[in-house]
Design a binder for this molecule. Structure first.
Ligand code: SAM
Length: 256
């Protein structure tokens, strides 16, 4: 379990929570009839609802920044020849690599207190796992040897970065002209992750509210055209009787 000094995304609790969030069946994720079923399968919907597959060339390459345990990375491989998933968490990348190699992974998620439930995460057998690789790394300092991409997905990442502007600045090089950038986030800005003076939005400036979407536009519009925004609800299960229901805003951009 998490020690006081252990980062959350390296903890056993986070591993169970994210394997369930990414690969759990609807019943495993939420067994209550009253639950918000539209909020399930978020990592799959970040791809199926946001990616414009008509714009992809046959040999498209994709990058999933902050991929966690990798569900969206595998989903991108339905449409792209090569997909790279990068996450800062060594534990998440270890899980993702095991899923890539064997197609499944046994794990446990919390029911109540110390009680846990055994489950199996499985990659859809229709997905060609050979197209996918995972690397531990920093989204604010991506290895340039990885090259440039037709698709870059950043799902629920931007408000977890220490310096989101640094990451946005690197996207000009990372996304090929004509390529797609998909940013999804509930914009949950927290000092613990991002110093307040580096937030992209969620504050007043000269007496006017600045939203994160406006902040994204300010930083991206020189190189990217905003194609669409959409609301993507998602449900993260903390334990059998406690859930976080959030609504991310997805913004889909075309590299000029
Ligand atoms: C809120 S989770 C979202 C994960 C996944 N994209 C999803 O939608 O489920 C944030 C993820 O970003 C990762 N992360 C945080 N800072 C990072 C950084 N500097 N570089 C790469 N990944 C980072 C965390 O380890 C975690 O997996």
């Amino acid at each position: 379990m998490t020690s006081p000094s252990q980062p959350y995304y390296e903890s056993d609790r986070a591993i169970g929570e994210y394997l369930l969030f990414h690969f759990g069946s609807p019943m495993e994720q939420c067994s209550f009839d009253q639950g918000p079923v539209q909020a399930l399968n978020y990592p799959e919907r970040c791809v199926s609802q946001c990616l414009d597959t008509n714009r992809l060339r046959n040999s498209a390459r994709a990058l999933d920044l902050g991929c966690a345990v990798g569900r969206s990375t595998f989903e991108l491989a339905r449409h792209c020849q090569e997909v790279v998933g990068i996450d800062f968490s060594h534990q998440f990348i270890q899980c993702a690599r095991q899923l890539q190699q064997s197609g499944s992974l046994n794990y446990r998620y919390v029911m109540e207190g110390d009680l846990t439930q055994e489950a199996i995460a499985q990659v859809d057998s229709e997905i060609d796992r050979h197209r996918v690789t995972f690397h531990q790394g920093d989204a604010m300092n991506v290895d340039r040897n990885l090259g440039s991409f037709d698709v870059v997905l950043m799902a629920n990442l931007i408000d977890r970065l220490n310096n989101p502007k640094q990451c946005l600045q690197s996207l000009r090089e990372l996304v090929l002209p004509g390529g797609q950038l998909i940013i999804t986030s509930p914009y949950t800005w927290l000092d613990d992750y991002t110093p307040r003076d580096r937030w992209l939005g969620g504050f007043q400036q000269a007496g006017q509210p600045v939203t994160t979407l406006q902040g994204l536009k300010n930083h991206l519009e020189a190189d990217f055209q905003l194609l669409q925004t959409l609301d993507l609800p998602f449900l993260i299960r903390e334990h059998a009787r406690k859930y976080q229901w959030s609504v991310a805003q997805a913004s889909c951009w075309l590299r000029r």
